[in-house]
Design a protein around this ligand. Sequence first.
Ligand code: NAP
Length: 240
Amino acid sequence: MQKVVIITGASRGIGAATAKLLARHGYAVCVNYLSHSDAANQVVAEIKGSGGKAIAIQADVSHEQQVIALFEQAEQALGKITHLVNNVGILFTQSRLADMSLERFQNVMNANVTSCFLCCREAAKRFESGNAIVNVSSAASRSGAPFEYVDYAASKGAMDSLTKGLSLELAEQNIRVNGVRPGCIYTDIHADGGEPDRVERLRSKIPLKRGGTVANAIAWLLSDEASYVTGSFIDLAGGN
Ligand code: NAP
């Protein structure tokens, strides 16, 4: 049976790497993006160039109607959705909590948590035995990211709770829900936080002394090799 995955925020960074890897593993891939259509189309072109199946679909996944439309369009184009990677995540310039605006806090919560809730809900309605979800959280859910992004860390903590709870709701149906918690990964997100070279600055504080990758762990958690794993989290933080 054809495996069909929706990956939110797959035009760049971890999402794009995961899209290309899952396509190599035989998934038909829906590359969701917000505004960078060129980057999304490039990911799709690369997958198709290697003989894979993919489509790019624009949708702001923090909006209910756009998420519903995303699932419907992806299903029409690729067939029944069998897997979901909730990868979208944003953060803003490093700041103490005392200096954060309510608008910023709510934007982070909407982009990171509401999107995860909405996409999980659409998946939970549709998924069948053997299907799986991976939520991309962060090591920040454990550290709290003080003086930098407490709002972001709190959003990732909420994702972890949602992951655990949904995994228990869906376990009897043999639908698995897991999370990954990356540490320092080389992507554009650090520039959005005001520090493009963040991974380099923090290298010395990472036990393995380098940044890492995430796509392989996501692919494993989605796969039948992880068929007895649910409600679990893989920390990909170089020892932190
Ligand atoms: P990134 O390079 O900044 O890419 C973000 C992606 O999300 C882009 O594809 C962007 O689309 C999309 N996006 C943002 N808001 C969206 C929305 N509302 N609807 C649909 N798509 C949206 O991010 P990344 O570093 O790969 O991070 C991916 C995930 O890993 C996030 O959840 C992040 O919190 C987590 N993470 C990353 C690190 C790290 O070191 N990079 C560490 C821990 C956790 P456009 O291209 O159209 O803008």
